[in-house]
Design a protein around this ligand. Structure first.
Ligand code: ADP
Length: 345
């Protein structure tokens, strides 16, 4: 059997006969962070819950650390699996202070009270809630409760962590701290993680590899750079960030252009129809004879709506016409190592 922490093989899960996951295949190595990126309803939560043992598959298998834990005929209960799952809402025990909540996993492992509490305080401080250590949940705001819940998850030790959009309701600076803490912890402990999100930027920055989900199927698996620069189709491109689809002279093939692959001042004509100042950079929407193009440049806007100007491309990615569908065939997947590619049937 493979040495992977997690091995998901041909997993199919249905609700009342309607498939939510279809023949999903994934591997996660020890210490690896795999992000699941997909729109709402694409099957991310169903996949995490099935890995955790809350759902049983209709077909396929889940293996953890070389042991089969789920199949159509037999599933081990969640508490027998060596994993920790963090949901969007972090139910805290009302009778425990933040410090005791976060110290609890270490106490269960047999650490002494003072040791467990000292470790807990370090984690709370890293998430900027150390000063609230003595408070109970009723005395904490919603965002503070979430940070205590995340701190409790980080205090647990498991070979696999499952995160279901854990940062969906956090302020961006807290989210950054949490994600940095998560990655540090992974490296320290060698634990693997599967992290479901719909925020492409956050996901690409966090993950070692990204699995793109659409309609219950994995449509591409690769490093963040692979899925961003070489999407298997237009849908995959849209899941990983803003993109324009241009027609080449002659109409075919169509090419994908990320906003930073285009710049102003070149040899092609365009007209500005929208300008957005975004802080570190500005976005322009141009109408061109190859289609609508989003251009991103550093700094404040240099042009106004209605301006006629020129543009050029530093890079583009050609789509094969047959990759226009949501479900690529084997031959349409870019070359990657076999273990990093889930091949839909
Ligand atoms: P995501 O986490 O990507 O938003 P989900 O796994 O929650 O996606 O949902 C995948 C599909 O399964 C959706 O079509 C959703 O409506 C359906 N689904 C999820 N949970 C249930 C359920 N308990 N009963 C019936 N259908 C469900």
């Amino acid at each position: 059997m493979s040495a992977d922490t997690l091995h998901v093989r041909d997993l199919t899960v249905s609700y009342s006969g309607v498939p939510a996951l279809s023949r999903v295949c994934l591997n996660v190595a020890p210490g690896e962070v795999l992000a699941l990126l997909g729109p709402s309803g694409s099957g991310k939560s169903t996949l995490l819950h099935t890995i955790a043992g809350f759902h049983s598959p209709q077909a396929g298998e889940v293996w953890l650390n070389g042991r089969r834990v789920s199949s159509a005929s037999r599933s081990e209960p969640p508490e027998r699996r060596d994993l920790a799952m963090v949901f969007q809402n972090y139910a805290l025990w009302p009778h425990l202070s933040a410090l005791d909540t976060v110290a609890y996993p270490a106490r269960r492992r047999g650490d002494g009270r003072n040791v467990a509490r000292a470790q807990a305080l370090v984690i709370l401080e890293r998430l900027n809630v150390g000063h609230l250590a003595d408070r109970h949940p009723a005395e904490l705001s919603g965002g503070e409760q979430q940070r205590v819940g995340l701190a409790r998850a980080l205090a647990r030790r498991a070979s696999l962590y499952l995160f279901d959009e854990p940062t969906a309701h956090l302020d961006s600076h807290v989210r950054g701290v949490f994600l940095a803490e998560l990655v540090t912890r992974q490296r320290d402990t060698g634990a693997a993680a599967v992290y479901a999100a719909h925020d492409a930027e956050e996901t690409l920055g966090l993950a070692d590899r990204v699995a793109l989900l659409a309609h219950g199927r994995v449509i591409q698996v690769g490093t963040p750079q692979q899925v961003y620069r070489e999407p298997v189709n237009e849908l995959a491109a849209k899941l990983t960030g803003p993109v324009s689809v241009l027609t080449s002279p002659g109409g075919s093939p169509r090419v994908l252009v990320r906003p930073e692959w285009a710049s102003l001042d070149g040899d092609r004509d365009g007209r500005v129809v929208e300008v957005w100042f975004r802080g570190p950079h500005s976005d322009y929407v141009l109408v061109t004879d190859q289609g609508t193009l989003l251009v991103r440049e550093p700094g404040p806007p240099r042009h106004e709506r209605g301006a006629q100007l020129t543009w050029r491309l530093s890079h583009s990615w050609a789509l094969r016409e047959s990759t226009m569908t949501a479900e690529p065939s084997v031959s349409q997947l870019p070359s990657q190592t076999p273990s990093s590619v889930a091949v839909p049937e």
